[in-house]
Write a protein of this length. Structure first.
Length: 269
């Protein structure tokens, strides 16, 4: 009787151990990535087969803000995230004492010029209204785009941090309207033109109307490339390498070219 009890106890111990281990092993084969809905989540979906071929299951967690993807990554709730560029990440790390690092630049979302009441730049009138995003990095980029189009001139010493106060020449007396990036598409009927972020234009379904964009070979394309990011210390894990291989593949280049160009441009080599 005593031997039977011992045997039963041993069996239950083995079953409990196996039961406890099984979920961990299963979970270890899941790669959980936080992403903005468009185009990031769509691009991740395109590489799901490549990740599955590597023996992993991809779980995409969509976020509509720019804080939780990083805090969740720092806390270990995500294996990686894909939604931001390095200047934003550097600022976030400094302000929040997080330790998140970039492991791959994937794509660039150039700012584009979109028509409002005026259909083309050839028809621009004196005093035209042009909206730009009001956050510091994107406003500077927008003003540089307007300068590249010959509409204004900005102080060269302030090129990377330019605001409307740094405009030195404005021959057409353009009224620059500073708006929250996400609010600009809805304001187009009241504007002549607007400079809009690529992801915002995608969300508003207006990408087909873009007149021109930042140059794909510009300094901005390198500086503001959207990145795959992980918590420091996880740069060389197998999960990270699987993600890098998938997002650096020809599949991604072709998917971006066929579905999002020219408002999203691949920057992988």
């Amino acid at each position: 009787m005593k031997k039977s009890i011992i045997t039963l106890f041993a069996l239950l111990t083995i079953l409990f151990t196996l039961s406890a281990c099984a979920p961990a092993e299963t979970e270890d084969k899941v790669i959980k990535v936080g992403a903005s809905p468009a185009p990031h989540a769509s691009i991740l979906e395109a590489v799901r087969p490549l990740i599955e071929e590597a023996g992993y299951t991809l779980e995409i967690v969509e976020f509509t803000d720019y804080v939780l993807p990083n805090t969740n990554l720092q806390e270990g709730e995500l294996d990686a995230n894909y939604f931001q560029h390095v200047p934003y990440l550097d600022s976030f790390n400094a302000e929040n004492k997080t330790t998140i690092v970039s492991v791959l630049g994937v794509h660039f979302e150039p700012l584009g010029l979109y028509p409002g009441k005026t259909a083309s730049l050839d028809a621009i009138q004196d005093g035209a209204k042009i909206a730009v995003p009001n956050d510091p990095s994107n406003e500077a980029r927008a003003l540089n785009l307007l300068q590249a189009l010959g509409l204004i001139t900005i102080d060269p010493a302030k090129a990377e941090s330019a605001t409307i106060l740094d405009i030195t020449s404005n021959p057409k007396n353009i009224e620059i309207v500073e708006l929250v990036a996400e609010a600009i598409p809805a304001a187009l009927p009241e504007l002549d033109f607007a400079v809009i972020n690529g992801n915002v234009a995608l969300g508003a379904n207006i990408t087909a109307t873009v007149l021109t964009t930042e140059d794909k070979d510009s300094a901005a394309a390198i500086k503001y490339a959207n990145i795959l990011a992980v918590k420091a210390g996880n740069e060389t894990t197998e999960k990270t390498q699987v993600l890098i291989d998938a997002l650096n593949s020809q599949t991604v280049k072709d998917y971006i070219q066929n579905n999002f160009y020219p408002v999203v441009i691949s920057v992988t080599e």
